[in-house]
Ligand binder design. Structure first.
Ligand code: DAH
Length: 345
């Protein structure tokens, strides 16, 4: 009798080891049979009273090992099932299917114009340099003949660093002229594109941040005629070959003489329109001969060298070129708006 029970248990052990349930339902049936609350092993434990005392311990150990085998088997069955599920998911993926096309961005109109300006100026020998957006008072103002209390500072109020009021967000790229002259010996022929800041109330025509491109040419015998020729070439390249330029006398502290750069209105071509306010000219920047005091401030001998400089607003050029009537559109980064200008140059 006792041996019969032992045989039964051993038989069960083999049954458990060789069982191969596969589906979720089969595995669950396995669990209920061997590990559930009314499992078959419990009834075997009940048989212990029919076992002779000297074999009771042996029997108990055997039943326990069957229980452990069932538990281990159940766990590995579950793991196998998870693996096959993952595999099936993987196989149902078509790896050869072409990927969803990623929507890529677009070149910003300000970058398009900047690139065009850099390319145009490079063709006549201008190299490109960049300064810093957080500038000190001396490079932004004082070295450029605009000492403290100079009225020209009023036009260029900006943001000062709270813990260091000697530093400010540069108001123009002219500060890069100073940095370049301090570092290099003439001849210098460079342009400086970059972002600048002003304390302005934001409106359709003004923003507290915008971009400029500055130009600087210093050598022996550089004259106003060289400046005029360079501006004319530039205007024709950017706005078209029919474009005329007009240099209108003006004032900047760091150039003498100074002029505003106007181009003939390419929208109405002399008819008069609301872009040129019926003057047939539109302003794109300022220019002039570098003031000898600025050359001296920057360590360049003003007796030996002369030079010209110019500065232009990139947003202004982009707005004219693409007929954009609100500068804020250029800072909103709405791709539907920006996409319209990709093919324009
Ligand atoms: N820095 C001037 C401004 O932001 C623009 C300018 C005028 C730059 C004349 C120049 C220049 O280099 O010669 O208003």
């Amino acid at each position: 009798m006792a041996q019969e029970i032992f045989d039964k248990v051993n038989h069960l052990l083999v049954e458990i080891k060789t069982a191969s349930p596969k589906s979720l339902e089969e595995i669950e049936a396995f669990r209920i049979k061997y590990l559930g609350s009314k499992n078959i092993l419990k009834s075997l434990f009940g048989e212990i009273r029919n076992i002779a005392n000297d074999r009771k311990k042996e029997f108990g150990q055997l039943v326990n090992s069957v229980k452990q085998t069932a538990e281990a088997k159940f766990q590995s069955l579950q793991e196998q099932l998870e693996d096959t599920q993952e595999n099936t998911e993987l196989h149902s993926l078509d790896l050869t299917a072409s990927a969803e096309p990623l929507e890529i961005g677009t070149r910003h109109p300000v970058s398009i114009i900047m690139n065009k300006i850099v390319e145009t100026c490079s063709r006549i020998g201008f190299t490109v340099a960049e300064g810093r957006e957080i500038e000190d008072d001396w490079h932004n103002f004082t070295a450029l003949n605009t000492p403290e209390d100079h009225p020209a500072r009023d036009m260029q109020d900006t943001y000062y660093l709270l813990n260091d009021p000697e530093h400010l967000l540069r108001t123009h790229t002219s500060s890069v002229q100073v940095r370049t002259m301090m570092q290099q010996k003439p001849p210098i022929r460079s342009i400086f594109p970059g972002r600048v800041y002003r304390n302005e109330t934001i409106s359709a025509r003004a923003h507290c941040q915008f971009h400029q491109v500055e130009g600087l040419y210093i050598d022996e015998n550089v004259s106003f005629a060289d400046l005029k020729q360079t501006i004319e070439y530039f205007a024709k390249e950017i706005f078209g070959h029919q474009t005329k330029i007009r240099l209108r006398p003006s004032f900047f502290p760091f150039t003498e003489p100074s002029a505003e750069i106007d181009i003939s209105c390419f929208i109405c071509e002399g008819e008069g329109c609301n872009v040129c306010k019926y003057t047939t000219w539109v302003e794109i920047g300022g220019c002039g001969m570098v003031d000898p005091a600025v050359l001296d401030n920057c360590g360049i001998d003003s007796q030996k060298y002369t030079g010209f400089a110019f500065g232009m607003g990139v947003e202004r050029i982009a707005m004219l070129k693409y007929r954009i009537n609100d500068i804020r559109l250029l800072f909103e980064n709405d791709i539907r708006f920006l996409k319209q200008f990709t093919a324009a140059f």
